[in-house]
Design a protein around this ligand. Structure first.
Ligand code: ZN
Length: 190
């Protein structure tokens, strides 16, 4: 049985037996918070539990490394929608220790693309079309610096409401311990 079929079988029972009932809530975040964090598998349940969030409490946006790599890309747009349309009054950017994006090397990803059949030609064409692959694929050296950089990008974005606090934190993917990098409530630059 394929994984998809396994999931669909399970899903049928889930719906039939009404296991969804305990998750019913609205589409607005009860705690009026939007979080940007990493897609790391260890954070899937750990992060909400370590912060005392249940279904319906918060909006969560995810990206590799909790990185916002473009001021007008999809991640930034999601944060704006959360703030302006979905009643989030605070933004939390949460990186984590031992993040895969701290180890990612653009040349390594490009090498793997080639091994899987992407032509050299295609990679070259990207460069001629103005896509800087090295810049686009790069990770970070230090998670706190990366979080601080993202906080600055959000806070100083020309379209962001300056009264919205933007916090920066780093979570331990094993224990769930949070360390504050930027407290958006006491930052003098707001
Ligand atoms: Zn990560």
């Amino acid at each position: 049985m394929s994984l998809l079929n396994e999931i669909l079988d399970y899903n049928e029972k889930f719906v039939e037996e009404k296991h969804y009932e305990e998750f019913i809530t609205t589409n607005l975040p009860d705690k009026r918070i939007v979080i940007l964090t990493c897609m790391d598998t260890r954070l899937l349940e750990l992060l909400p539990k370590a912060m005392n969030f249940k279904n319906g409490d918060v909006k969560i946006v995810k990206s590799a490394g909790a990185i916002i790599n473009h001021p007008f890309g999809g991640i930034m747009r999601s944060l704006f929608v959360a703030v302006y349309e979905l009643k989030a009054d605070e933004i939390y950017i949460i990186g984590h220790h031992d993040c895969g994006m701290a180890k990612v090397k653009p040349e390594g990803i490009i090498e793997k693309m080639k091994e899987r059949g992407i032509e050299d030609n295609t990679i070259e064409q990207m460069k001629f079309s103005g896509v800087n692959l090295d810049e686009w694929l790069k990770g970070f050296d230090n998670v706190s610096d990366s979080v601080r950089h993202s906080v600055d990008m959000v806070r100083h974005h020309p379209l962001m409401d300056k009264t919205v606090p933007v916090h920066g934190l780093v979570i331990d993917p094993k224990t769930g311990k949070l360390d504050v990098v930027v407290d958006g409530n006491i930052n003098e630059n707001r």
